[in-house]
Design a protein around this ligand. Structure first.
Ligand code: HEM
Length: 538
């Protein structure tokens, strides 16, 4: 392993760290006492009862009893790899983030996942895939916690528990384990029609990727970049796989789920082991940071909308290569903790209400999943930048903090004053204007259009891709028990495209409903696509 890759002791900066995993050639207790027998309990005679005093027996069984931790509440099933990210320098004009500067090499850890299935579910199910990247930059950890689909089901994080409850197995029968073919899922996405766009991507070939190595990744939300002069640009992040985007066909996905449920994790690990390192180019679409935060009529704060690449092309800013498999699944893939709030100077968030809720949710869930507030000290989560925080104690604390005054400034610890604003390398939130208005539980009117972008997606499909989408809706809806849910789903499809709706209705043996919205053609005109030349660095 080269200097860019992960150190199992988690101390790439060279700080001394004791490796608490196996060392020495003799088997010992957890306390280091050498054992002479680990196969027989201590008994009152060879045929007598086991003695309570057998510490080795109790230590071994007790530790085993507590080996499992809760799986992630979503994205439970995943596979991950280590790698390196190299900046091109192309983004230096729009962000001061050091890891995007030319030829800077940053170690990364990437975890791919399905969303709904449990830890033991199959890889090739129809679902969204997670694409989460941890950059161990010189300025701290930056996490880009994205998916392989560029839009999301909902516009406001307050609905996240609801959409996940609808997608997870039914509370009574716990059916199905990992697919969208059930009543609550279709009930939710047809009553909350902002989910139409994401659902259509799921029903397309994008929902059954051929390989993690052949998926795009998207940051979904609009982020705000800031350069050394303080100028800001709105961006959407894209990962483009060097191998191209490929999918399974439905029958392949079904058979593979039975014959090799580990297909995707095997594919990723085998490729890396054989030296066929997967690569992705990171790119950004850029938009002027205007007061409205709209671009050609598209609300940049609405996570159910894309900006077509004809209007804003993706500009490459760096290259990711995955070059090492984890050496221990639990220590690395299971214990890694991503967070959209892990940002570095030069990258900031926007007011997207989905992103704002995510900023709260990740650390909250990880306190339960990883047992307390100190999971940032786990080797896989530890930043490669120096840490000098005022966080103390708590469950599973492994640091031995020095000093007597864990607050700044203080007059007792011999220096280390903290002067607000003195550090030019510090993370400073962009002092963006907050729109004035009344406190309301409401959304902007621009969030109300739920059908023109699904139509844009449908119109961009080839005839074969359309056939696959029609077959997917027919199969999945065919599994619903409730007639009313199927009928409502057809009404949604009527608002996307008459042909799509009619063919699914025929497959289900149901009448074709009329559309409730005007079926305008949302494709950008060729003149509009010239706007794509707006990249500030061209
Ligand atoms: C986990 C992506 C929306 C809560 C994840 C993971 C990804 C992801 C990739 C797996 C991380 C890993 O591999 O460990 C996204 C994307 C979203 C989105 C792209 C929308 C654009 C939300 C929202 C919430 C949420 C709105 C809650 C308000 C969670 C939670 C986990 C998770 C609780 C489990 C984290 C853990 O246990 O470590 N998400 N998510 N997500 N997400 Fe999201």
């Amino acid at each position: 392993r080269g200097p860019d890759t992960y150190s199992p002791t988690g101390t790439p900066t060279g700080a001394p760290q004791q490796d608490v995993a196996q060392s020495g050639d003799r088997l010992t207790t957890a306390q280091g006492a050498r054992l002479h027998d680990t196969d027989h309990s201590l008994k009152a005679g060879p045929r007598g009862p086991v003695l309570l005093q057998d510490h080795h027996l109790r230590e071994k069984i007790t530790h085993f009893d507590h080996e499992r931790i809760p799986e992630r509440v979503v994205h439970a099933r995943g596979a991950a790899a280590h790698g390196v990210f190299v900046g091109y320098g192309a983004a230096e004009g729009i962000t001061r983030a050091a890891f995007l500067a030319k030829d800077v090499r940053t170690p990364v850890f990437v975890r791919f996942s399905t969303v709904l299935g449990s830890r033991g579910s199959a890889d090739t199910v129809r679902d969204t895939r997670g694409f989460a990247t941890k950059f161990y930059t010189s300025e701290g950890v930056f996490d880009l916690v994205g998916n392989n689909i560029p839009v999301f089901f909902i516009q406001d994080a307050i609905k996240f528990p609801d959409v996940i409850h609808a997608g997870k197995p039914h509370p009574d029968r716990e059916i199905p384990q990992a697919q969208s073919a059930h009543d609550t899922f279709w009930d939710f996405v047809t009553l909350h029609t902002e989910a139409t766009h994401h659902t259509l991507w799921n029903m397309s070939d994008r929902g059954i990727p051929r390989s993690y190595r052949m998926m795009e990744g998207f940051g979904v939300h609009t982020f705000r970049l800031v350069n050394a002069e303080g100028a800001t640009t709105l961006v959407k992040f894209h990962w483009k796989p060097k191998l191209g985007v490929h999918s399974l066909v439905w029958e392949e996905a079904q058979i593979t789920a039975g014959t090799d449920p580990d297909f995707h994790r095997r594919d990723l690990a085998d490729a890396i082991e054989s030296g066929a390192f997967p690569e992705w180019e990171l790119g950004v679409q850029t938009f002027p940071d205007t007061e409205e935060q709209m671009f050609e009529g598209i609300d940049l704060l609405d996570p159910t909308k894309i900006v077509p690449e004809e209007l804003a092309p993706v500009h490459p800013v760096g290259m990711l290569t995955l070059n090492a498999n984890p050496s221990n699944y639990f220590a690395e893939t299971e214990q890694v903790a991503f967070h959209v709030g892990h940002l570095v100077p030069g990258i900031d968030v926007t007011n997207d209400p989905l992103l704002q809720g995510r900023l709260f949710s990740y650390v909250d869930t990880q306190i339960t999943r990883l047992g307390g507030p100190n999971f940032g000290q786990l080797p896989i989560n530890r930043t490669h930048a120096p840490v000098n925080d005022m966080l103390r104690d708590g469950m599973h604390q492994t640091a031995v903090h020095s000093g007597v005054a864990p607050y700044r400034p203080n007059s007792l610890d011999g220096g280390c004053p903290f002067m607000a604003g003195a550090d030019t390398g510090a993370y400073i939130e962009v002092p963006a204007e907050v729109p004035a208005g009344r406190k309301v539980r409401d959304a902007a009117a621009s969030f109300d259009d739920h059908f023109s972008q699904p139509r844009l997606f449908w119109l961009s499909m080839t005839p074969t891709e359309r056939e696959h989408i029609i077959a997917a809706y027919t199969f999945e809806l065919g599994k619903c028990y409730e007639q009313a849910v199927k009928e409502r789903a057809l009404k949604v499809l009527a608002n996307i495209d008459g042909g799509l709706c009619a063919q699914v209705a025929t497959g289900l043996g149901l009448p074709v409903p009329e559309p409730e919205t005007a079926l305008t053609d949302p494709r950008p005109s060729p003149a509009l696509s010239q706007l794509g030349r707006r990249w500030p660095l061209d």
